[in-house]
Design a binder for this molecule. Sequence first.
Ligand code: HEC
Length: 180
Amino acid sequence: MRLTLTAVALAFAAAPVLAQDAPTGDAAAGAKVFNKCQTCHMVVAPDGTVLAGKAGKTGPNLYGINGRPAASYPDFAYGDGLKELGAAGEVWNEADFLQYVADPTKFIKTKTGDTKAKGKMTFKLPNEKEAHDVWAFLNSLAPAPAAAEAAPAADAAAAPAADAAPAAEPAAEGAATTNP
Ligand code: HEC
């Protein structure tokens, strides 16, 4: 029996390169979760278009929250804790958002190291899936500055890797034919 060496070109599928802040949740499900937020929050585009919510003004506009510095929405009276965090350079990303909505005051305390700090957001969303989904929903309504910048870089990194896979095939076949 003659063994035929089959050249197997191992195409290493390029691991999906996610922009650092690409949301991981389900935006459609998140739209329903936002019902819990809209008593206090709206999502309003810079041109004034209401993208989500009705008239909630207890909390700040959540438009473009991804990549937005904490406590930075103009004309909103934030609590001292969140203002302190914003001044310290806190910028909203998915991981911090998840922790924040699960327990806003605890997040502020942990991040500032100030055990007396308090958050003005009294609502808690402990369900992590819902938090992921509502983050995805908020992201779907606005381009995230951080993600928008990261995306082209991620594409550039992924493209050469994908191109390299077919190029490996002819070389592998050549190696197989040298075997009589
Ligand atoms: C009962 C009212 C209320 C509800 C309900 C509520 N929030 Fe808030 N939210 C607030 C208030 C008030 C603040 C400002 C907190 C502060 O100044 O400490 C805030 C702040 C925030 C911030 C920080 C914004 C910034 O500019 O730094 C995020 C993010 C946020 N809320 C997300 C949510 C999400 C998501 C939901 C729904 C799952 C939600 N909130 C539900 C009242 C609410």
